[in-house]
Design a protein around this ligand. Structure first.
Ligand code: NDP
Length: 281
């Protein structure tokens, strides 16, 4: 019996698991869609109920794969999807959400995000988010790829303070250069949803990670994920298209890093505010 996946509270009141599953590149036919849906379903069976997707991923194909994965199990899943900035006008956001709902085969999305800042005024997008919330089509809304300036601007628009999360590039190797991503979000009480938590697979060969993983009889991926979720208010959404890795990522909650491990990792990877560029897609 595995430890349950811990949850954290969103400012909107919902609880969200701190370890979920990503879906970028799903539906691009690198792996069969059926196999990808099976992976997500396998994760759901193991308690990885948070699934992150977006209208952008494979032009809606990933959302259809998610629909297949959660068929008959909607109430077990915590669904996150995103509106493209080019659709994020007041009416466009509502239309985009309704299209996502159709593709996802559900009547509500638990957390709906603006994928990144675009040309539409934030006030319009927030109005649309609030009206979707009133209609019960989304449970909460948030943003993605927002830096502190974007966040300040958001907090200045009516109802902007209802933002529930900021999904950003955040992993051991990328914790922010111009500012400390974690500190900034914790000071505002807005959870970070860490995307590319495995740095898209690039962390796997790092000697310090390999060393720490061996000491815990764990894997490098588990150590990289455990490093992130030990922080209050950090949620990770690793993506995998293989069931074995779903099980591996799920077992991250069994890995508890020591202060010595953390000191080694802080020496090996640039701490926030230095060196590594903060990259946005
Ligand atoms: P990740 O850091 O999750 O890395 C995914 C890569 O790591 C894949 O190549 C996968 O390969 C591999 N991998 C997964 N698990 C393991 C493991 N246990 N051991 C070794 N390799 C592993 O990158 P993503 O960019 O996919 O980020 C995660 C999710 O975040 C996305 O899927 C998406 O939902 C979201 N995202 C959001 C963005 C935004 O702008 N808001 C931008 C980017 C991502 P394989 O599939 O072959 O197992």
């Amino acid at each position: 019996m595995q430890d349950p996946i811990p949850t954290t509270a969103l400012p909107s009141g919902q609880t969200i698991p701190v370890l979920g599953q990503g879906t970028w590149h799903m539906g691009e036919k690198k792996t069969s869609a059926a196999e990808e849906a099976k992976c997500l379903r396998h994760g759901l069976d193991l308690g990885m109920t948070l699934i992150d997707t977006a209208e952008m991923y494979a032009d809606g194909g990933a959302e259809r794969i998610v629909a297949e994965a959660i068929r008959g199990r909607r109430n077990d899943a915590f669904l996150v999807s995103k509106v493209l900035p080019s659709n994020a006008s007041r009416d466009g956001t509502i239309r985009a959400c309704e299209s996502s709902l159709k593709r996802l085969g559900t009547d509500h999305i638990d957390l709906y995000l603006l994928h990144w800042r675009g040309r539409y005024p934030l006030r319009e997008t927030v109005e649309a988010f609030e009206s979707l919330k009133q209609a019960g089509k989304i449970g909460a809304w948030g943003v993605s790829n927002f830096d502190p300036d974007d966040m300040e601007e958001l907090l200045g628009v009516p109802d902007g303070g209802h933002v529930a999360a900021n999904q950003v590039l955040y992993n051991l190797a990328r914790r922010g250069i111009e500012y400390d991503l974690l500190k900034d979000s914790q000071s505002r009480g807005i959870p970070i949803m860490a995307y590319s938590p495995l740095d898209e697979g690039r962390l796997m060969r790092h000697p310090d990670l390999i060393h720490i993983a061996k000491a815990h009889q764990a894997t490098v991926a588990q150590v990289a994920l455990a490093f992130l979720i030990r922080n209050p208010g950090v949620i990770v959404i690793p993506k995998t298209g293989t069931q074995e890795r779903v099980r591996e990522n799920r077992a991250t909650v069994e890995v508890h890093l020591t202060d010595d491990d953390l000191a080694i990792l802080d020496r090996a990877f640039p701490p926030p505010g230095r060196k590594m560029p903060l990259e946005m897609i």
